[in-house]
Design a protein around this ligand. Sequence first.
Ligand SMILES: Cc1cc2nc3c(=O)[nH]c(=O)nc-3n(C[C@H](O)[C@H](O)[C@H](O)COP(=O)(O)OP(=O)(O)OC[C@H]3O[C@@H](n4cnc5c(N)ncnc54)[C@H](O)[C@@H]3O)c2cc1C
Length: 387
Amino acid sequence: MNLSYSTEEAAFAQETRAWLVEHLETPPAFTSLDDEVAWGRRWQAKLAADRWVGIHWPTEYGGRGASPVQVAIYNMEYARARAPQPVNRVGVNNVGPTLLAFGTDDQKRRWVPPILDASEIWCQLFSEPGAGSDLAALSTRATPVDGGWLLNGQKVWTSYAQWSRWGICLARTDPDAPQHRGISYLVVDMEADGIETRPLVQLTGEAEFNEVFFDDVFVPEDHLIGGLHQGWSVASTTLSHERGTIFAFKEQVVHEVFLDELYALAHERGLLDDVATSDGLAQSFVETRVLRLHNTRTLSRLAKGIEPGPETSWIKLAWTDMTQSLSTRAVDLCGEAAPLWRGAHELPADGKWQRQWLWSKAASIAGGTSEIQKNIVAERILGLPRG
Ligand SMILES: Cc1cc2nc3c(=O)[nH]c(=O)nc-3n(C[C@H](O)[C@H](O)[C@H](O)COP(=O)(O)OP(=O)(O)OC[C@H]3O[C@@H](n4cnc5c(N)ncnc54)[C@H](O)[C@@H]3O)c2cc1C
């Protein structure tokens, strides 16, 4: 295993860092998610103008044709600079790579470039009230009509639907076929007649995800991605990008930065000599180091051209445990201020740790629950029989 960057990789890390030092702005204190999204669009447009979004995409579609190792390096530098997440996350992480793999030339030309500068935000219309982990059980129907389909049904947990121009949607086009074979992958115009989006308020009090209802929504035939009834294999590509290992590089550095902030908070509160506090911080240090070692191994594999496999589930589990325990420790360190919320008097980091703790609960659900990841580890890594 080679633990050091090549000369070219070191130069690329330096180029990324230099750009961020020159261009990064500190986000203001937002009073609403609408403000945060509007600011995020401007920040992403700035990144895209210099080709710092979707850097592994082909140059003809606005990327840099970067290698997987460069993508990992970019993610680590981005997190180290504490740069805010691109607002069009679903577009960049899930939709773009799927369109590039399965879209027609027209579809790529139409939809890919505005993903990068966030001029068109995307959402992912996959989960339903009766289909989450068991996604193939989905029941949203797309019935053929002249020139396309009529969509009827309901989706849930759709992040950013209320700001989205387009959605990638899985719908049943052949109700008589076996579950995985009767599904198609459609692009839905989120401004079309018959769509109703109802925000869901989360633990944090914010409403980032939604229920989305379809009532005879017309989807034109050139909005089909991949073949008719072939949606399951297209969706597998989308999900492999969502669940891939690259997110772990950013998360490793984000949590190393968090840990530095927690040492400072413990010091400020005179708790560094407290045994329970120092034990907890040491445990979080070990867990972030474990993630770093997983990432080093992934980097080494990517450099040899080896595609990530089922170990992505293992890495997601390690990240989930690490982020949830670190976030709990952070709130513990807030002491008597732990139950307070943003804006309260003398609240450490104005409630950042409380929000982080609430958000960390999503880690064991989003992108495949921990139980599902454990099933994958059991069956595909340990070779245990299917339950
Ligand atoms: C922050 C966040 C953002 C999200 N954004 C989106 C989005 O933009 N678009 C979208 O489509 N979806 C989104 N989701 C939904 C997410 O994909 C689902 O929540 C997830 O797939 C789990 O499905 P479910 O909630 O229906 O739970 P279920 O699948 O009903 O699971 C309920 C419980 O049963 C367990 N379970 C289920 N099956 C098994 C099994 N075979 N073996 C063992 N245990 C099992 C689960 O682990 C879980 O504990 C988001 C979720 C979160 C938390």
